[in-house]
Design a protein around this ligand. Structure first.
Ligand code: FPP
Length: 246
């Protein structure tokens, strides 16, 4: 029986977050330039989006470019930005036809202007779609996001619009880039690295973490389904004990 048939459709994670890692190593293994790994990684993104839609996952958030990735060699940064722009432009219509909403989180204003404009156009085109929300984390880091939220709250307190005792978890979460999204129940990281790398730190307080040796360009929906089957075998206790759950 393949993994898809083992999934309990009534207990799907509503939101899956992914750290797409291993593009560079995948290319190097074949004696190719790193950018070839990123280009091949786009095919994995497409397959995983389709795989999510096929079974009914409502939110997929992929770490496409971290704040720290700006420190890579300029040629690689430029190649990634160009790939991002071409992918957004090539895929916007397909996303729209498939009722998928494109979203982006991160310090978007730090992206090249063409990227900002094309992303905004694709997001606008797909904004009414309801089947699945694909969020690209771009120039994103969780520490950046948390500091931004703290600043916004401090500003409102300073202006007398908010009392300090109104600041609670719900209010804080409403100032994050993921407002209106459920927290991810499952986070997948490819390529054998066991780290969170500044990704969705607030939102992943109770997320199930799944690590696989598979490099991102080799990751396909069957691997996704394997991760979901593994997730469904876990007991999510949220601080309680087993006996309290039934
Ligand atoms: C990590 O692999 C991957 C990235 C930093 C970029 C991910 C980007 C894509 C898959 C393409 C663009 C995506 C979209 C949604 C258009 P790595 O370079 O760190 O690999 P390594 O650890 O083997 O060096």
């Amino acid at each position: 029986m393949d993994f898809k048939d083992q999934i309990d459709i009534n207990r799907l994670p509503e939101h899956i977050a992914i750290i797409m890692d291993g593009n560079g190593r995948w290319a190097k293994n074949q004696g190719k330039f790193r950018v070839f790994g990123h280009e091949s990684g786009v095919l994995s993104v497409k397959d995983i989006v389709e795989g999510c839609v096929e079974i009914g996952v409502k939110y997929l958030t992929v770490y496409a470019f971290s704040t720290e990735n700006w420190n890579r060699p300029i040629e690689e940064v430029n190649a990634l930005m160009e790939l991002l722009i071409s992918t957004i432009n090539q895929e916007a219509e397909t996303l729209n036809k498939n009722n998928i909403k494109l979203n982006a989180i991160g310090d978007l204003k730090s992206l090249p202007q063409k990227c900002i404009d094309d992303l905004a156009a694709a997001m606008d085109k797909t904004k009414a779609n309801t089947k699945c929300t694909l969020t690209l984390a771009l120039s994103y880091s969780a520490k950046w996001e948390i500091v931004e939220a703290a600043r916004k709250i401090a500003e409102q307190v300073k202006d007398g619009k908010l009392a300090i005792n109104q600041v609670d978890e719900q209010l804080f979460a409403s100032q994050l880039t993921t407002v209106n999204m459920p927290d991810p129940e499952l986070m997948i990281r490819t390529s054998g690295e066991h780290r969170i790398s500044n990704y969705l730190l607030w939102q992943m307080a109770y997320t199930e973490l799944y690590f696989t040796e598979t490099l991102w360009p080799d990751f396909r929906r069957e691997h996704l389904y394997e991760a979901i089957v593994d997730y469904q075998k876990r007991e999510r206790r949220f601080g309680k004990i087993s006996e309290q759950l039934n």
